[in-house]
Structures are given as C-alpha cells and as structure tokens.
Design a protein around this ligand. Structure first.
Ligand code: CA
Length: 264
C-alpha cells in the first residue's frame, strides 16, 4: 500500500482481521499523520512489518492463522517499533501475556477512537524524552568509571557499567547495546534518573504513557501489573549482559528503584 523507504516517514501497520475495526484503526492512524498499511493475517503482518519498518503497529490477538502473541515473537528480534495490542479479551492474563511477548501498550475492545488516539498521541510524545526534559539529568550515581566511549551528550545517565543516553535513546551495559523496546527504555531512563529514589508503579504507568495522558489518567490494577511485566522483561535483558547485582530492585508494595552502584 505504501512504498516508503524504511524510516523515512511515519509509518504504521494495522494487523486486524475484522474489517470494521481495521478501517476504524486505519482512520485513527491516518488522522494522526501516519502512512498506514494493513494486514488481515498474522503472517502477512509479519511480512509487512519486515518490509516497511513502521514506527507503530496495532496488533489484534485473535487472527486467522498465527495469533498476535506469535506475531510479537516473530517481530521483536528485528524491530523496536511501538506495538499496541488491541485485545478482545479484557482478561488480565491475555493482556499480560501480550506484554510479556513484547507489546508496549494495550487497548481493550470495544474501544472509543479517542482512547486509541490518546495512546498514539502519548507514544508520539515519548521519543522526545530527554530532549525537552523539564529537569536536568540526575548526577551520576558514582564516579564515572573508565569507559571506552567518550560522552557525546549531556543527557547521559550512568550507573556502574550501565549507560543510558536520553538523546540518542541508547541504553548499554559495559559497552553492549541493550535491545530495549521504547517502553523499556523509558522505564529504565526514569528509574536511572531517580538515582536511587523509588518510583511507584502508578508513576511508572504515567511514564509508560508519556506523562500527559489527556483524560486517560486512571491507573488500573492491570496497568500496574503491566508495569511489573515490562520491568521483568527489562531485568531479563539486563541480566543477559550485566554480571553485577540486580540493577532494579522491587520495593514491595510500592514500586521500583535503581540501586546506585559504586565502581567496585
Ligand atoms: Ca480478530
């Protein structure tokens, strides 16, 4: 439907087998300025995503061939695009399974177009993290350890071997880039900025939504569980490259914090 080269336009892919919902979602995205492609099956969706490298994907879970979870598994190794699951199941487990598989956000069907629009608006604000930061970045938690990479940006947070560059949106551990989704990056950035301070799950839900959420400020239990899943995914990715003690600790009943590390 579109032949835009990878990354040169704001592309979106809608994977949805229900015609009415597909038309609705396409219309919402087009109004948001996206060049929209659509797919009616999971396999077709995977192909379109691989060809077009979209910025955002909306993903139905119940598809005629492979389900949305499997689509996520197939695309997550090759893209960090922003994935919103549109689930017909309000069951928390379905939503959490999708988030575990790498979705960023979810909307339960039936939904109002303006709710989906609000989620997309929030997503579009998020890449600005750091660039227009209201607060100066936190001081490094510890004296900056010797590092091969020169610091190119003022908006770089460090904690032991973990480096998060808010402008470049790159997180790395001991020089190895972490393959984070946008949501995982935002959560890690927020926790690193806290420099040891606890962030409540509710605060982190708002971070994952991009702060200002235009009338959708209610934070449900499922939203908080979603944060737990995102943090668990983030911890897994950190653990693969980080030999140190766990960076992100749970403050029971409250939220999460990053443990400042020394150079030892
Ligand atoms: Ca469906």
């Amino acid at each position: 439907m579109t032949s835009s080269a990878p990354g040169d336009r704001r592309g979106a892919v809608v994977i949805e087998d229900d015609l009415d919902i597909r038309n609705l979602v396409c219309a919402v995205l087009e109004q948001g300025g996206f060049v929209v492609s659509s797919a009616t099956t999971g396999r077709e969706g995977v192909d379109v995503i691989r060809q077009q490298h979209p910025m955002v994907v909306t993903l139905d879970i119940g598809l005629p061939d492979i389900d949305g979870y499997e689509v996520l598994r197939r695309i997550r190794n090759t893209t960090d695009c922003y994935v919103i699951v549109l689930s017909g199941h309000s069951d928390e487990m379905d939503i959490l399974t999708a988030l575990q598989a790498g979705a960023d956000d979810y909307v339960v069907k039936p939904f109002r177009p303006r709710e989906l629009r609000a989620r997309i608006d929030a997503m579009l604000r998020r890449p600005r993290i750091g660039q227009n930061a209201q607060h100066p970045p936190a001081r490094p938690a510890a004296p900056v350890p010797p590092d091969d990479e020169p610091v190119k940006s003022a908006n770089v947070l460090r904690n032991g071997g973990i480096t998060v560059d808010g402008d470049a949106r790159i997180a790395s551990c001991a020089g190895v880039e972490l393959p984070l989704t946008k949501t995982e990056f935002n959560l890690l950035y927020e926790l690193m900025q806290g420099n040891g301070a606890v962030r409540t799950k509710e605060e982190l839900v708002r971070v994952s939504r991009g702060g200002d959420y235009r009338g959708y400020n209610f934070v449900s239990r499922t939203d908080e569980r979603a944060i737990e899943v995102h943090i668990a995914n983030l911890r897994q990715k950190l653990a693969r490259v980080d030999g140190g003690p766990e960076l992100i600790t749970t403050v029971r009943g409250v939220g999460f914090r990053v443990v400042p590390r020394g150079t030892d």
